[in-house]
Design a protein around this ligand. Structure first.
Ligand code: TLP
Length: 354
């Protein structure tokens, strides 16, 4: 099921963001009933937002252009300028969102060390909450990421989410969840996504990753929160007009693409199993669809040579720096692609070219 890229079959494991819309999505996009969403007139967007809110167990939802925009709009809505958010030092929001919260919202990030399982320890959160003091910014928000991308794609459990939600509530703080891959978490843990979202005051999830849509994320929360978030989305230029053409694909993501995520997790496990058997490569723990591995000390290739040699075999993945790599499974990768990727890596590590 791999893509055809530049006329060639390609097993693209760089990210689940590379997924292309399915035929069913393309047809739904073609047929979508649309209107001007800034006027609230797009029936397909309205339907997607209602479905998303229902799935997350929240009162309302807002369709945004990307996960980055969903997080930014949430942070702008929760925090005033000069207020502080507690955020993991390995989180996507802190590392990979161009510092938008600080640059555009004047929000002060207070980083707390991410544990290898993607959590922030409750003791570290507690220690990071500011007391009242004229010198300090005021703590306003705690941010979690579930699954945690750079911490091995680990799903954070319902119990942990609840514990942080309780802590936030008892200290008068809000909890925002970057749930870019929250459905991967729910499927891996065998729980309802609502249970994971329940402790959050706001949660954003992506349609454009494992769920296969071309574009879009949803930010979910109370009606009042989403009312304010809609204004902030407008402020960052995210008011879209006939966005129903995109929302139509999103509806298929929510109705047809969630349960199949289990297959991506199985494929990622099989990939890691294969990699673990290749001399010169070391597999790291895998929990969902994001798999990290690295060179063993004896490996002679450079990262760039490895990635380029794999490209010759039509296998694409990311080098993420010193001697480490990331491969992400998704709906355009099937088990035969995984076997092809393993075989390509075996040949490259054996010094063979395509
Ligand atoms: N992640 C992308 C890259 O930006 C790293 C990827 O390939 O994994 N939260 C999390 C946890 C994410 O992993 C991402 C994207 C986002 C937010 C941002 O989503 P987009 O790309 O839609 O802005």
């Amino acid at each position: 099921m791999a893509f055809i890229q530049a006329g060639r079959r390609s097993v693209d494991l760089r990210s689940d963001t590379v997924t292309q819309p399915t035929q069913e999505m393309r047809e739904a996009m073609f047929r979508a009933e649309v209107g001007d969403d800034v006027f609230g007139d797009d029936p397909t967007v309205n339907r997607l937002e209602a479905m998303a809110a229902e799935r997350m167990g929240k009162e309302a939802a807002l369709f945004v252009a990307s996960g980055t925009m969903g997080n930014l709009v949430a942070l702008l809505t929760h925090c005033q300028r000069g207020q502080e958010m507690i955020v993991g030092d390995q989180s996507h929001t802190f590392i990979n969102e161009a510092g938008g919260a600080a640059a555009l919202g004047g929000i002060h990030p207070r980083t707390v060390k991410n544990q290898p399982d993607g959590t922030l320890s409750l003791a570290d959160i507690e220690a990071a909450i500011r007391g009242e003091n004229v010198h300090y910014p005021r703590t306003r928000l705690i941010c979690l990421e579930n699954t945690h991308n750079s911490c091995f794609g680990t799903p954070l459990t319902v119990e942990y989410m609840q514990a942080v939600g309780n802590r936030a509530q008892s200290r008068g703080l809000k909890l925002h969840v970057d749930g870019a891959r929250i459905f991967n978490a729910a499927v891996a843990l065998g729980v309802e996504v609502k249970e994971l979202a329940a402790p959050a005051d706001s949660i954003q999830f992506c349609l454009s990753k494992g769920l296969g849509s071309p574009v879009g994320s949803l930010l979910c929360g109370t009606r009042e929160f989403i009312y304010e978030a809609r204004r902030n989305r407008k402020m960052v230029g995210g008011g879209m007009r006939q966005a129903g053409v995109l929302a139509a694909a999103g509806i298929i993501s929510l109705t047809k693409m969630v349960d199949r995520l289990a297959q991506d997790h199985t494929n990622a496990r099989r990939l890691m199993q294969g990699i673990a058997e290749i001399p010169g490569l070391v597999a790291e723990p895998v929990h969902t669809n994001i798999a990290y591995f690295r060179f063993a000390p004896e490996a002679k290739l450079s990262e760039a040579e490895f990635v380029q040699a794999l490209e010759q075999h039509a296998v694409r993945l990311l080098s993420i720096g010193p001697r480490r790599f990331r491969a992400v499974t998704h709906c355009w990768i099937d088990s035969s692609d995984i076997e092809a990727a393993i075989e390509a890596m075996r040949q490259v590590m054996n010094g063979k070219n395509a």
